[in-house]
Design a protein around this ligand. Structure first.
Ligand code: IMP
Ligand code: MG
Length: 210
């Protein structure tokens, strides 16, 4: 009897799995950001496996460098959320997380350097070891503003961890202690990076096709 009941429930389970797989065929899922505009997703610059490997390396380096010093990660909303949540899982020392949201005036693809704080930190950072986690450093103007702003609050240390950097676009020279990948001067989407709020959910970094 018991084995009969087991095999019936196992049959039910596998039918459910097959149904779930049928709901979202893979090709649609990969291209479909909220608007379903597959044509905006161009050449893949950093694949999912390379992202995972590099994020693990960064997490391990941060764990080594900050051993014995409780660390505060400051994620810059919204783009860094995806990188930050993966990065944290590879950090094996005590770590806290907080977020800032900033708006940088400019066009859809260029920031002007005029930055407004939309959401400030919840905690004071005086005397703390702080690591800013950014999705991408492009002109560097947003990060320059953040470094000045947070630096004026007297943290013990203030460093930067950026997943991507575009050295050819840099307008200001900035100390970025941890960098995932250097990429060419292309506008990219995926793994948190958006174009008009679309494509953050792609599991890889690709060039925006326009
Ligand atoms: P920056 O002030 O020019 O360095 O720009 C920083 C911000 O612009 C990043 O945090 C991103 O939100 C956005 N950004 C810059 N380049 C790209 C890109 O290629 N794709 C998506 N967002 C970008
Ligand atoms: Mg953005």
């Amino acid at each position: 009897m018991a084995s009969c009941a087991w095999s019936r429930s196992s049959r039910v389970r596998s039918t459910a799995v097959i149904r779930l797989l049928r709901v979202v065929p893979i090709p649609e899922r990969v291209g479909a950001a909220s608007s379903g505009e597959i044509s905006e997703v161009g050449e893949v610059l950093v694949g999912a496996e390379d992202l995972k490997r590099r994020v693990r390396e960064l997490g391990e380096a941060i764990s080594r460098d900050y051993a014995g010093r409780p660390l505060l990660l400051v994620g810059v909303l919204k783009g860094a959320v995806f990188f930050l949540s993966d990065l944290m899982r590879f950090i094996d020392i005590p770590v806290e997380v907080d977020f800032m949201a900033v708006a940088s005036y400019g066009s859809a693809t260029d920031s002007s350097g005029v930055v407004r704080i939309l959401k400030d930190l919840d905690v004071a950072i005086e005397g703390r070891d702080v690591l800013i986690v950014e999705d991408i450093v492009d002109s560097g103007l947003t990060l320059q503003y953040l470094l000045r702003n947070l630096g004026s609050r007297n943290p013990a240390t203030l460093e930067v961890c950026a997943l991507l950097t575009k050295p050819d676009r840099r307008k200001v020279d900035l100390p970025t202690r941890y960098v995932g990948f250097e990429i060419p001067d292309r506008f990219v989407i995926g793994y948190g990076l958006d174009y008009a709020e679309r494509h953050r959910n792609l599991p890889f970094v690709a060039v925006l096709e326009r």
